[in-house]
Design a protein around this ligand. Structure first.
Ligand code: FMN
Length: 312
C-alpha cells in the first residue's frame, strides 16, 4: 500500500517520541524491516473481522455522536465505572447451555481492540473458540481447568512477535488518512519502531542491540526493547486488551476469568499458532449459572499499594 494517496503533513502535530526518546538511541540505527506478512485472521475462529473497518466504524456510544454532551465529557461517570470495576470477579463456573450472543461478543472484541498499545501497533489478536471439541482440547492445555470447557466462549489473547512488519504500514496509513499523524511523525515512528523492533537480517540486529544497549545504559537512559524482551512487551499489550474485554463483558452481564495457567506449546498446537504468535491469556466467557453467588474477594488497602512520590 503506497502512502502517496494519503494526505501528507495535514495531521495534528504530535509530541512525544521525538523529544521523549533518549538521545543515545538516535545514534543507533539498525535498519531492515522484515517483509514477511502473516495475515491477521488466518487462524482466528469464526468470521474474520477486517481490523480497518472495525477500528473505524462509527459508534453511537460516543458523547459526540449522541449530541447530549460536549466532546470533552466522558460517556459514563467515574462512579458507575468504578462500581463496574469492583463488581468484576474471576468466575470459574458458567451456564454451559447459554451461549454468548454473537452481537454481544463482537462488541466485547471491539472494546478489546480500543485498548492502547505501544506506538499504536496493536499487536494483540484474539482467537474466539466456541467449538466444544476445541474447548475440550484447550481445557487439557490449560491444566484441566474446567471453566475452559464449560464456558460457551473462550477468547485467547495472543501477541504478534512480528507486529512491526505486519502492522506498521497499515497503522500509519490509517492514522494518516484520518489526520491523526503527519508525515513528520511517520518518519519518527518508522525510525523508533525500527530501532525497537527490527531483528535485522538473520537476527544480527537483535544480537547487536542486546549487547550494545546494556552498555549504553551507563551513559544515558535506555528503554527496554521489544525486539529483546518480546514476550514481556506483548504481555503488557495483551493484558490491557483483556482488561477492556473483561470489563465490557461485565457491563453486558457476562462473567470472565483471565488465565495464565496453561501449557504454552499445547495451546499453540490446539490453536494452530505460528511461531511468532505468542499466547498470553486464556479467558473463558459466559453467563453465570442461575445459582451463582459472586466469589468474595478483597483488595489490600490502597495505602499499602500506593506510594506517594517515591517508594517508601
Ligand atoms: C495474569 C493472571 C493470570 C491468572 N490465571 C488464572 C488461572 O490460570 N486460573 C484461574 O482460575 N484464575 C486465574 N487468575 C485469576 C486470579 O486468581 C484472580 O484475578 C484473583 O484471585 C483476584 O480475583 P478477582 O479477579 O475475582 O478479583 C489470573 C489472574 C491474572 C491477572
Amino acid at each position: 500500500m503506497g502512502f502517496s494517496r494519503f494526505r501528507m503533513g495535514s495531521g495534528r502535530r504530535q509530541s512525544g517520541l521525538a523529544t521523549d526518546a533518549p538521545a543515545v538511541i538516535r545514534v543507533v540505527w539498525i535498519a531492515g524491516e522484515s517483509n514477511s506478512r502473516w495475515q491477521p485472521g488466518q487462524t482466528h475462529a469464526g468470521t474474520r473481522k477486517d481490523l480497518m473497518s472495525l477500528a473505524n466504524a462509527p459508534t453511537s456510544a460516543t458523547p459526540e455522536a449522541d449530541g447530549q454532551s460536549p466532546p470533552s465529557m466522558n460517556a459514563i461517570g467515574l462512579e458507575p465505572l468504578l462500581e463496574l470495576i469492583r463488581q468484576r470477579r474471576s468466575v470459574r463456573g458458567f451456564d454451559a447451555g447459554r451461549p454468548v450472543p454473537e452481537a454481544v461478543r463482537e462488541k466485547l472484541l471491539e472494546a478489546a481492540i480500543w485498548a492502547p498499545s505501544g506506538y499504536n501497533l496493536q499487536p494483540t489478536h484474539m482467537i474466539t473458540v466456541t467449538d466444544s471439541a476445541r474447548r475440550s482440547a484447550l481445557r487439557a492445555a490449560c491444566m484441566g481447568q474446567k471453566s475452559v470447557e464449560q464456558a460457551p466462549l473462550v477468547v485467547v489473547f495472543v501477541g504478534d512477535g512480528k507486529v512491526a512488519a505486519n502492522h506498521l504500514d497499515l497503522v500509519i496509513a490509517q492514522d494518516m488518512e484520518i489526520g491523526g499523524i503527519n508525515a513528520q511523525y511517520e518518519q519518527i515512528l518508522r525510525k523508533y519502531v525500527g530501532i525497537g523492533f527490527s531483528p535485522g537480517p538473520l537476527g544480527i540486529g537483535r544480537l547487536i542491540k542486546s549487547l550494545l544497549f546494556p552498555l549504553l545504559r551507563y551513559f544515558a537512559p535506555v528503554p527496554s526493547l521489544p525486539v529483546i524482551e518480546t514476550r514481556y512487551w506483548l504481555a503488557k499489550q495483551a493484558a490491557l486488551c483483556a482488561m477492556n474485554f473483561m470489563l465490557a463483558a461485565k457491563a453486558a452481564g457476562l462473567e470472565t476469568c483471565p488465565m495464565e495457567g496453561f501449557d504454552d506449546r499445547r495451546v499453540r498446537r490446539v490453536l494452530g499458532l505460528p511461531a511468532h504468535i505468542q499466547p498470553i491469556l486464556v479467558v473463558p466467557v459466559g453467563y453465570a449459572p442461575p445459582d451463582h453467588t459472586p466469589p468474595a474477594k478483597s483488595r489490600l488497602p490502597v495505602d499499602r499499594l500506593v506510594h506517594r512520590e517515591k517508594w517508601d
